[in-house]
Design a protein around this ligand. Structure first.
Ligand code: ADP
Ligand code: ADP
Length: 221
């Protein structure tokens, strides 16, 4: 059966950082809704232009457009054995739509990995984050995870930049939106016995270890 791993966590919790490692290890494509929107933005597609209005303010892109984008992505051949979903779902209606979509494919959510990080640490991470211009949008941090060569991605050598929505004002809004619209998913998945909580305020490697153990336990069932 296909494996669908969900990464849940506030903005800056480390979802993208951990996804890079887990996807390699478990041979799953990394499906990150934020990366897909930024890719559309770069290519100036109508979807990108629409998403930008919300992203710039730290608001969520409407559910219908987001769900359609994920549906199309999960139908690509590289996702036939599953995927690691990073940043989707972010609302209860998105989670319900995902259930319906996976049921159509004959699958279901394998496990939900919740990377728990407090607000102070989220802000520290977002304010020092630099990401690369490569397709995989690798994340670095000025203090916590600096690149080997300043300003360049270790993996693909592309230039690093700060996201337009990583300003102090938009960061605060994104954290508030997470608390209001995404945090309800914690109990949504907890009630179904699908949530695994990991302490996200450890080193990157320690978080990876905890997540890896969670995936192994979930896939061994
Ligand atoms: P972060 O890594 O900081 O959590 P993302 O890259 O996942 O941020 O998301 C950036 C922005 O893209 C969000 O603030 C939101 O505007 C939009 N976005 C990403 N995923 C979703 C989603 N599942 N639903 C609605 N909007 C989304
Ligand atoms: P998300 O995708 O959840 O928004 P990222 O993976 O982009 O989060 O990480 C946010 C920032 O925090 C990045 O600058 C990243 O290098 C850094 N980071 C990620 N995990 C950790 C960690 N465990 N400890 C310290 N910094 C981290």
């Amino acid at each position: 059966m296909a494996v669908y791993l969900l990464l849940l966590g506030g903005p800056g919790a480390g979802k993208g950082t951990q996804a890079d490692v887990l996807c390699q290890e478990f041979q799953l494509p990394h499906v990150a809704s934020g990366d897909l929107f930024r890719d559309n933005l770069k290519r100036a597609t109508p979807l990108g232009q629409l998403a930008k209005q919300y992203m710039d303010r730290g608001e969520l892109v409407p559910d219908d457009v987001t769900i359609k984008m994920i549906r199309e992505r999960l139908q690509q051949p590289d996702a036939k054995n599953g995927a690691l979903l990073d940043g989707f779902p972010r609302t209860v209606p998105q989670a319900q739509a995902l259930d319906a979509l996976l049921a159509e494919f004959g699958g279901k959510v394998t496990t939900v990995l919740y990377i728990k990080v407090g607000e102070t640490a989220l802000l520290d991470r977002l304010s020092g984050r630099w990401i690369c211009r490569g397709a995989q949008q690798h994340a670095y941090h000025l203090l916590f995870n600096p690149p080997k060569v300043a300003g360049k991605c270790d993996v693909d050598g592309t230039e690093l930049y700060q996201r337009a929505d990583d300003t102090a004002e938009v960061q605060a809004r994104r954290i508030k939106v997470f608390m209001e619209q995404t945090a309800p998913l914690i109990s949504f998945y907890q009630q179904r016995g699908e949530l695994r909580e990991v302490d996200g305020e450890q080193s990157i490697q320690a978080v990876t270890e905890a997540l890896r153990a969670g995936v192994k336990a979930a896939t061994a069932k």
